[in-house]
Design a protein around this ligand. Structure first.
Ligand code: SGN
Ligand code: CA
Length: 518
């Protein structure tokens, strides 16, 4: 404390006045939450999945190597708006009112990270994808994409303007984030959300990365040609890469050798219509040789489906590359401006994503790939490089960030602060929760995934598709890719009863209303 007094004294001497005295004593950390859209953990090399080893993410990984990585972090409802609403409120979807992406309007006047921290003297900002259908509340500054946003030359909305900005969305969001950091009030700690659009569908890379992975052949998941035996809901979905992804704007294919149909793709608003004519040609040409090759080589249906998977992964991972660059860029900014020691940096995505597992793209399911959510936290007081195994969820983010800021929530939240886990507190580690609740509501909807809810423990998962009264159960230790529904397997009778009881307990604990399970 002798040092602190000296520093305070120096500040008063050099600048003078009460304000500078206050600023030097406000030691609360800054919190920077970096979130991407649909970034699967299979595509973050720190998590070790084979796909990510061929398309590494060194800048994101650095946060894990210096901070902590959560091995078993999950979302509460694997879709965009709902996950964001949960992150802001610390509540499951039914309790914060944002259950579906269907135009629901988020109530930003309930207690949220932004308005609580703002009230407590934090400077708050959100830059990038927002997607909650109401103007951000509790933010001193926002510069957000319109709805899903566009990859090229996108519109950005601020408090009083909508402006089209020229450039590639990930780079623009990074640039605006640095600009905000540069102009901020240095007397106050900040809470800043940098929220990328990438690598969301339709997976348009930055021009310098159009061909980054053109010669890379990624591993094909064992269950790419899943026939969904014993899993009735999966038989009705519409998210197969080889059947439901559009050959044009999703897969950047053309209609035959020498065709330029990609230039006339009828998806103008979010895609080609945003590019200048020169950008369009550049984009088209980057794919044209590969597209011709598709038709010039004779292929079976199976080979065509595999080719499409490669095209999908090549573009998806090229989008991820820009996100990783962005994280590196922001890290460098923090380092150059002496902010690394008092800024907590969090990296996450709004949910997981399928990279060909079960044949799919998209998310929504309680199956592992979309239910899992990457999470790493670089806390300057806990630079351990540790991996945290406990079951954590996006309901925990708000309580965690509030504790980091030393602020109490005015209302109980569903989540738990992760700070004891980050600090390696043994007692909390031992007494941590042993199950998670999940609930997806958006049916009917895009990709036709039936509504379902369920429970996951460290080993088992029980899912109820309540509208059709279909049940699924998986033994994740024996069947990590969830191919074998053991709900009716008598040898698991005992575990099934326990899971059913646990699901009821969670529904009670979180007070999920009956009418939402019909
Ligand atoms: C769009 C996409 C869907 C995606 C939803 C939700 N279709 O509708 O594939 O599931 O967004 O995504 S698209 O043809 O318009 O790309 S989310 O990230 O907002 O939840
Ligand atoms: Ca998303």
């Amino acid at each position: 404390s002798g040092v602190a007094v000296l520093v305070m004294f120096a500040a008063v001497m050099s600048i003078g006045g009460i304000k500078s005295l206050k600023s030097v004593t406000d030691q609360r950390p800054n919190v920077l939450l970096i979130m991407s859209d649909d970034h699967a953990m299979q595509a973050i090399s720190a998590y070790g999945h084979p796909i990510s080893q061929m398309a590494t993410t060194p800048n994101i990984d650095r946060l894990a190597h210096e901070g902590v990585l959560f091995e078993n972090n999950f979302c509460a409802n694997a879709i965009c708006g709902p996950s964001r609403a949960t992150i802001l409120t610390g509540l499951h979807s039914h309790a914060n009112g944002f259950m579906k992406n269907d135009g629901t309007k988020f109530d930003g006047h309930q207690p949220t990270l932004a308005n609580i921290l703002q009230k407590e003297g934090y400077q708050t900002a959100v830059i990038g994808k927002w997607h909650l259908n109401t103007a951000p509340q509790g933010f001193d500054y926002y510069k957000i994409l319109n709805d899903q946003g566009e990859y090229n030359n996108p519109d950005f909305i601020t408090k009083d303007t909508i402006v089209q900005e020229m450039g590639y969305v990930t780079e623009l969001i990074t640039k605006f984030t640095k600009k905000w950091l540069h102009n901020r009030d240095e007397d106050k700690p900040f809470f800043l959300m940098m929220q990328h659009k990438a690598p969301h569908r339709n997976w348009v890379p930055a021009p310098q990365y159009y061909r980054l992975f053109e010669n890379t052949i990624f591993p094909v998941p064992d269950n790419y040609f899943d026939q969904y035996e014993g899993r009735q809901a999966a038989q009705g979905q519409e998210m197969n890469i080889y059947r439901d992804a559009y050959e044009g704007h999703d897969l950047k294919m053309v209609s035959g050798v020498g065709s330029d149909s990609l230039l006339y793709d009828r998806w103008p608003h979010v895609f080609m219509g945003r590019m200048t004519p020169a950008e369009k040609m550049d984009f088209f040409e980057a794919y044209s040789q590969r597209n011709d090759d598709y038709y010039l080589t004779e292929r079976t249906d199976k080979q065509k489906a595999e080719w499409k998977l490669q095209r999908y992964l090549q573009d998806y991972l090229a989008c991820v590359r820009s996100v990783d660059d962005s994280v590196g860029d922001i890290y460098q900014y923090l380092e150059d401006h002496g902010l690394l020691d008092n800024t907590i940096v969090i990296y996450t995505s709004d949910q997981g994503f399928f990279l060909g597992e079960h044949g799919w793209f998209d998310k929504r399911w309680m199956y592992e790939e979309s239910f899992r959510m990457p999470l790493m936290i670089r806390h300057p007081d806990h630079l351990t490089g540790k991996r945290i195994e406990q079951l954590t969820q996006n309901i925990d983010f708000a309580p965690t960030i509030l504790e980091m800021a030393g602020v109490a929530s005015p209302k109980p939240m569903h989540g738990l602060s992760l700070m004891p886990l980050i600090a390696q507190d043994t007692e909390s580690q031992n007494q941590w929760r042993s199950s998670l609740y999940y609930h997806f509501y958006e049916f009917p909807g895009f990709h036709s995934v039936q509504a379902h809810h369920g429970v996951r423990t460290d080993r088992y998962k029980l899912i109820h598709f309540y509208q059709t009264n279909e049940w699924e159960m998986f033994d994740l230790e024996k069947d990590p890719t969830e191919m074998n529904n053991i709900y009716n397997n008598e040898s698991y009778h005992h575990q099934r009863a326990q899971l059913q009881q646990e699901l009821d307990r969670l529904v009670g604990e979180y007070q999920v209303p009956d009418h939402l399970m019909q």
